[in-house]
Design a protein around this ligand. Structure first.
Ligand code: HEC
Length: 149
């Protein structure tokens, strides 16, 4: 009797857990279905970003984005190591919160978005038809991965 009761409850819990797992899985798929390989910025935006980068970032990270030894490289293995499996939103927020060093959050949201677009271009991710947005929720839906699909 007691065993059967426990069993029934366990089954109920299992069913509930399975239902929750399905909800989480579908939510995650919906939220993470884009990657940096899907053409998430435009050429024009990256060109704007290049101009902003040269004014605001290149003194320390240098024009080639390889860094000056203190400021880190923003391309290649250093980029992959720092940002792989995070979202473009994570990168955007981290940059806005800390950069330019000494004057964080001093650029417009558009300025940061353009610079991030330029960084994606310099890391050989393809351009597309839509500009990278400035809204964090939208940026959070784009996963950074070095693995081409
Ligand atoms: C005055 C020098 C200086 C300027 C200007 C500057 N940076 Fe940095 N940046 C640094 C240094 C030093 C670090 C490493 C220490 C740190 O993370 O705060 C860094 C770190 C970073 C990182 C890595 C942060 C992390 O969370 O791993 C990124 C990305 C970055 N900078 C992007 C930018 C961008 C984009 C700009 C222009 C908007 C910029 N930086 C301007 C000096 C600078």
């Amino acid at each position: 009797m007691r065993v059967r009761g426990t069993n029934g409850r366990a089954k109920g819990l299992l069913a509930a857990a399975a239902a929750i797992a399905i909800i989480i899985a579908s939510g995650a798929a919906g939220a993470q279905d884009k990657t940096v390989w899907d053409g998430v910025y435009t050429e024009e935006q990256a060109t704007r970003g290049e101009t902003a980068y040269e004014q605001e970032c290149a003194t320390c990270h240098l024009a080639d984005l390889l860094g000056d030894g203190i400021a880190p490289a923003l391309t290649g293995a250093a980029f992959d190591f720092r940002w792989s499996d995070l979202s473009v939103g994570d990168m955007y927020v981290a940059i806005r919160a800390t950069m330019p060093q000494g004057a964080p959050a001093s650029l417009s949201p558009q300025g940061y978005s353009d610079i991030v677009a330029y960084m994606l271009q310099r890391n050989d991710f393809p351009a597309g038809d839509m500009e990278l947005p400035t809204e964090e929720e939208a940026l959070n839906m784009i996963t950074i991965t070095s693995q081409a699909p």
